[in-house]
Ligand binder design. Structure first.
Ligand code: FAD
Length: 475
């Protein structure tokens, strides 16, 4: 239990309205999108400025108190679960877009700025911020940095690390450092790159310098309708083999199509085995030619229909289905758990077959919506949390799917991170000496493991056996 004088100290720093001590209000922060595990933080602190963040961290450091950073809590691996940290520092009030440099296509933003707000702020200048997680209307830049987030357009534009030039980081002792900068190449080790994707275990990001991208001249959005996911996968390979670099190649299977159609009624074919959302962007004349070529590939792979969005409204409707697919799943079951694995693109049909096998063995329904062009799968395991046996089967099935990804030459996460969810899977990819080397690197930033302890690596003393939900009855 946090000593009252520490809570008083926090209130002194950020004001009474910036501190939520454990109770019903703190329950809002009990989990992220990985809802299988919940833990109410003892105290949530909501600083208003980067300077307040640093002051809060210094105070916690003086008292030897661990903390967990949190953005919007949309993470899908329990990254901001307060496992061994009594204090949560939430960036939701760090919402300032500090500066926009149009000439150099840069923006400096605070960590709590919502991803989509950056693109909105620069849209009228013909620019946008390229990483576009499907959660982009809620997730924060700080969370994106911590998870090295991608999105449907990763295929062409890359992930967060390709669009963040510099970071301001509050180290776990409260010191403020700047990593990287406003220019492309900064000499010395790429510590910016190290912190991106470190899941908040090396300090708390307070500001980021982002690269802005020119809005493409034109966009074509197509929807290929296939009888089977195999045929749709062949079309993905065919499009890439044809030398086309789509901005996005996203797939949904039949269960997913049914859920999004029920939610949004845009006329998706609910009898199809799979649909492939293809987006091409670039200059006008070339685009039409690429759209024809992509359509030809789909037909050659047996597509029964290839729809082309005729205007922005039709394009938006298709993207709404894709980006809100997770939400639509609520119609299928009371709860769902989103998995995140990667396989080489050519192995997507194999992993989908493996997933179907896992579903059958564990008597579960699993819907699939994923970044097909990157081989980044997102099986969505449906369950009812009131059924303890079903919960156990979901967790076992998740483990099996990740193991199958590794067996196929892939990885246990494409973009959602390790968090608490995949701690036990990390040794599938790394030898003990690799893990020790990574932990030594982490210790250079956080020798006492006070910043987001109990994440990524199994740590002595922390509960890391994620074989059943780590539930806590809130006080
Ligand atoms: C519907 C839905 C769709 C999604 N789609 C995608 C997708 O397409 N691509 C994708 O990559 N992800 C996706 N995600 C996952 C999630 O949105 C991303 O991981 C996102 O970057 C998390 O941002 P957040 O602000 O919610 O972070 P949180 O969930 O609050 O935190 C995530 C991690 O970041 C750390 N953290 C947060 N802020 C900071 C900070 N300022 N400094 C240091 N560490 C920090 C936390 O400690 C935690 O470990 C999706 C999630 C949902 C619910």
């Amino acid at each position: 239990m946090l000593a009252p004088r520490i809570v008083d100290g926090l209130i002194e720093l950020v004001g009474g309205d910036g501190v939520i001590a454990r109770g019903s209000a703190a329950r809002v922060y009990e989990c992220d999108g990985w809802t299988l595990e919940r833990r109410v933080p003892e105290v949530v602190v909501l600083p208003r400025t980067p300077e307040e963040v640093a002051a809060v961290v210094r105070l916690l450091h003086r008292h030897g108190v661990a903390f967990v950073p949190r953005g919007a809590g949309t993470g899908l691996s329990g990254g901001c679960l307060p496992v061994a940290a009594p204090v949560m520092i939430c960036t939701s009030r760090l919402r300032q877009i500090v500066s926009i440099d149009l000439a150099n296509r840069r923006a400096v933003v605070e960590a709590g700025v919502v991803n989509l707000a950056v693109s909105r702020a620069v849209a009228r200048h013909g620019l946008f911020y390229a990483p576009d997680p499907s959660s982009q209307s809620a997730c924060t830049i700080g969370g994106n940095v911590a998870e090295n987030s991608g999105g449907p357009h990763t295929l062409k534009y890359g992930v967060t690390t390709n669009h963040v030039l510099g970071l301001e980081l509050v180290l776990p002792d409260g010191e403020v450092v700047t990593l990287g900068g406003a220019v492309e190449d900064v000499p010395g080790y790429d510590l910016r790159g190290l912190v991106i994707g470190a899941e908040g275990t090396m300090g708390l990001v307070t500001r980021a310098t982002l690269r802005l991208t020119r809005t493409p001249e034109g966009v074509r959005t197509l929807l290929g309708v296939f009888a089977t996911v195999d045929a749709a996968c062949q079309a993905v390979s065919g499009i890439i083999a044809a030398g086309i670099v789509p901005a996005a190649l996203e797939m949904m299977d039949q269960l997913m199509i049914a859920a999004v159609e029920a939610a949004f009624q845009v006329g998706l074919p609910t009898d199809a085995g799979a649909v492939l959302l293809i987006e091409l962007d670039g200059a006008g004349a070339e685009l039409d030619q690429q759209a024809r070529a992509a359509s030809d590939v789909c037909h050659a792979q047996g597509a029964r229909e290839v729809r082309v969005a005729r205007d922005e409204a039709e394009r938006a409707a298709l993207w709404k289905c894709r980006k809100r697919a997770f939400g639509a799943v609520g119609r299928l079951a009371p709860n769902y758990c989103t998995q995140d694995g990667v396989v080489p693109r050519t192995k997507v049909p194999d992993i989908l077959r493996a997933i179907a096998g896992v579903a059958a063995r564990h008597r579960l329904r699993i819907a699939n919506v994923f970044h097909a062009g990157d081989g980044n799968i997102h099986p969505i395991l449906l369950y009812d949390e009131r059924d303890a046996d079903e919960v156990r089967r979901v967790i076992a099935a998740g483990h099996e799917i990740l193991r199958a990804c590794v067996d196929l030459g892939g990885s246990i996460t494409g973009e959602h991170g390790i968090g608490v969810e995949k701690i036990n899977e990390l040794p599938l990819l790394f030898a003990p000496q690799d893990l020790r080397a990574m932990q030594a690197l982490r210790a250079a930033f956080d020798p006492e493991q006070r910043c987001n302890p109990g994440k990524i690596f199994p740590t002595p003393g922390a509960c890391v056996e994620v074989t059943r939900p780590r539930r806590q009855v809130p006080a």
